[in-house]
Design a protein around this ligand. Structure first.
Ligand SMILES: [Fe+2]
Length: 311
């Protein structure tokens, strides 16, 4: 077959020559075109059965849910009542997956997505004890009993795994570095996926903003130090993914926030003054969310917490 009729894709150390549109049409009609499968030390034509097996196993390998050219499955999911982002990350090869900041009302959606993609959810990870919604980790653990809940030790919330500064959360070939970023709450963590240049900042840093510091052991001075020392110290091109956004934005970068964040570009005394004068209303769900989130690792949430969450 003339090489001009082929498009060649590199698949690790193996190359497969895929057919052009004309040949693909023949394939879809059940006719297997002649393809040359090239491996190191092997170049030649295979018989029809070998060709068919080889071709479709390669197609199958390519058909991950990571998207073209990617080796990480990544989904940003919205809960539209509290504008919370939940993040699904997975290794398409091993199928190990984690969810960051799931929300109880969306647990069914998240579990369905995990099943749809054939993933093995190993951790439900919280960035902190949330005040504006109830975590989904308890409900998810009921549906996927092998999933373990994760939260910082400092938060004093119940969970299967308690993490601290410098710990690593591993899934497949990936690992998240845990960075302690208190200030919004004393147990806030930022999770950094270095080999993809991504960080999940919870409420410590929002897009052009930050989490409030007027309750849950909040401290403007501590938050300022956390963001500058643990997040702004990351490489400028790292993508930052917050726990919420109320303006429809989905991500930012370290460089962008260092330049454009209206609060955190100020001096610490100016930042403290801004935070002190925010005069934000008392969070609507805090009285039911906090007690429920302090037991985020339990499989069975109290009935009252579940009812309140669905109200
Ligand atoms: Fe929060």
């Amino acid at each position: 077959m003339a090489k001009c009729l082929l498009r060649v894709f590199a698949m690790g150390r193996t190359k497969i020559c895929l057919p052009t549109n004309r040949e693909a049409k023949a394939t879809f009609c059940g006719v297997i075109p002649t393809v040359a499968v090239q491996r190191p030390g092997f170049e030649g034509h295979l018989d029809t059965q070998e060709r068919e097996h080889c071709m479709y196993s390669q197609y199958k390998k390519m058909a991950t849910f990571a998207g073209k050219g990617n080796d990480l499955i990544f989904r940003q999911l919205l809960e539209y009542k509290s504008f919370t982002y939940t993040y699904l990350l997975a290794d398409p090869q091993t199928k190990e997956a984690i969810l960051i900041d799931p929300v109880i009302e969306m647990a069914e959606r998240d579990v369905k997505l995990v099943h749809d993609l054939g993933l093995n959810l190993i951790y439900g990870v919280n960035t902190h004890v949330h005040a504006d919604h109830i975590t989904g980790t308890g409900e998810i653990k009921k549906k996927i009993p092998t999933c373990k809940s994760v939260i910082s030790k400092v938060s004093e919330a119940l969970a299967d795994v308690k993490i601290k500064e410098g710990d690593k959360i591993k899934f497949g070939k990936f690992e998240l570095e845990c960075r302690s970023t208190p200030g919004h709450t004393n147990g806030c963590m930022t999770y950094v996926l270095h080999n993809k240049g991504m960080a999940f900042t919870g409420d410590a840093l929002l897009i052009r903003g930050c989490g409030r510091t007027d309750f849950q052991q909040g401290s403007a001075e501590t938050l300022y130090r956390s963001v500058h020392e643990k997040i702004f110290s990351l490489p400028p091109d790292y993508l930052l993914f917050p726990a919420h956004d109320y303006t429809g934005q989905t991500s930012t970068t370290v460089e962008e926030e260092k330049k454009c964040n209206p609060r955190l570009t100020k001096t610490m005394p100016e930042f403290v003054k801004i935070m002190k004068e925010l005069n934000l209303p008392y969070p609507k769900q805090i009285d039911r969310a906090l007690p429920a989130n302090m037991i985020c690792g339990l499989q069975v949430l109290p009935e009252e917490a579940k009812t309140d969450a669905k109200a």
